[in-house]
Write a protein that binds this ligand. Structure first.
Ligand code: PEP
Ligand code: MN
Length: 360
């Protein structure tokens, strides 16, 4: 439930509500909106819900106590109606600008990363990506250069000024990745690795949470909820395709989630057409599609010589293809910016479908 404070509620009123919530064994999270403070009551309330709601409603400074209709609380638009805007160095994600994350699937050498970084920066990328710890389907495939690659990433940030993003695969890597990277990426295979989610929730770095390839929107937002409730409000969601019966493409890019997520949550949304399609020539049309449906940004893989890449050779763009993509995407983004309706109040209410996770 949410406790909506009155417009003029004092600090003591807010503290009073929060200590009452703590006293009941629940956790309060407050959000100061433009007019008033709203406090979310999070925890396993059980049958005491009604009693707690009426006790809270009678406290000084409380205007109303309202139930949260969704299982995700802190990530919901109901709790936090304004968009979350995340600033990392000079890059701003979620403010209506176009975030472009680009770079190689795997960092293979300093030269390969620097060559890519220089070109994507000049073409308009706002974040440099590169894999250091690689989740590979085969244990015999290239697993990434690890800490050596993290050092190259940090050098590339110094060189270009771009913030850098890289994947963290397990709890033991969180500290070292957070030391070198500006944004931590949770890959599709780890979307429901709850101990990893809690650990990245405790570091002072934004986290990009990729959608699990078999995850519903609700499961995805509940995963984001783990990070936010652990103390890290700066979460970016990334749609990277889900597994369907289709085999021509590596995954199926679910573009419908972009406007859906903008309605359900205040968190920014990025689309990754590289992992979604697995095919170089499909990246551009789906990047255009992602921007057209209102994504806050796009992540693409770029390599100086993709055919020689040690991972995801078929889907990485050449440097020239990335330049061409940027020339196309910038005007598309300018064009669609003002076309979308208010995501907070769509005409018809959205409820989880029968195939969704409704057992909460
Ligand atoms: C990646 O972006 O490097 C990656 C491995 O992506 P995903 O987790 O979406 O497969
Ligand atoms: Mn890849």
């Amino acid at each position: 439930m949410f406790v909506v404070m009155t417009v003029g509620a004092s600090e003591a009123d807010v503290l009073g509500v929060k200590s009452h919530i703590l006293g009941e064994g629940m956790t309060p999270y407050d959000h100061a909106g433009p007019e008033r403070i709203v406090i979310a009551v999070v925890g396993d309330i059980g049958p005491l819900k009604q009693v707690l709601a009426s006790r809270l409603a009678s406290l000084p400074g409380v205007e109303a106590v309202t139930p949260i209709s969704r299982p995700f609380k802190l990530t919901s638009r109901e709790f936090h109606p304004e968009d979350t805007v995340i600033q990392v160095l000079d890059a701003v994600v979620g403010d209506g600008s176009l975030t472009m994350m680009a770079g190689p699937c795997s960092i293979e050498s300093r030269d390969q990363l620097f060559e890519t970084a220089d070109v994507v920066k000049a073409a308009g990328a706002t974040v440099l990506r590169g894999g250091a710890f690689k989740p590979r389907t085969s244990p015999y495939a290239f697993q990434g250069l690890g800490v050596e690659a993290l050092r190259y990433l940090a050098e590339a940030r110094e060189r270009t000024g771009l913030p850098v993003i890289t994947e963290v695969m397990e709890p033991s890597q969180v500290d070292i990745v957070a030391e070198y990277a500006d944004i931590l990426q949770i890959g599709t295979r780890n979307m429901q690795n709850y101990s990893l989610l809690r650990d990245v929730g405790r570091v002072a770095r934004p986290v990009m949470l990729k959608r699990g390839y078999g995850a519903t929107v609700e499961e995805w937002l509940m995963a984001a909820e783990y990070i936010v409730s652990a103390g890290n409000p700066n979460v970016i969601l990334c749609e990277r395709g889900i597994r369907t019966f289709e085999t021509y493409t590596r995954n199926t890019l679910d573009l419908s989630v972009v406007p859906l997520l903008h309605h359900l949550t205040h968190l920014p949304v990025i689309v990754d057409p590289s992992h979604a399609t697995g095919k170089r020539w499909l990246v551009k049309p789906l990047a255009i599609g992602g921007v057209a449906v209102g994504a806050d940004g796009v992540m693409v893989e770029v390599h100086p010589t993709p055919d020689d890449a040690l991972s995801d050779a078929e889907q990485q763009l050449t440097l020239e293809q990335f330049q061409d993509l940027m020339r196309t995407l910038i005007p598309v983004h300018e064009h669609v910016r003002g076309l979308h309706d208010d995501p907070v109040a769509p005409a018809t209410e959205i409820v989880a479908g029968t195939a969704g996770l409704s057992k909460h």
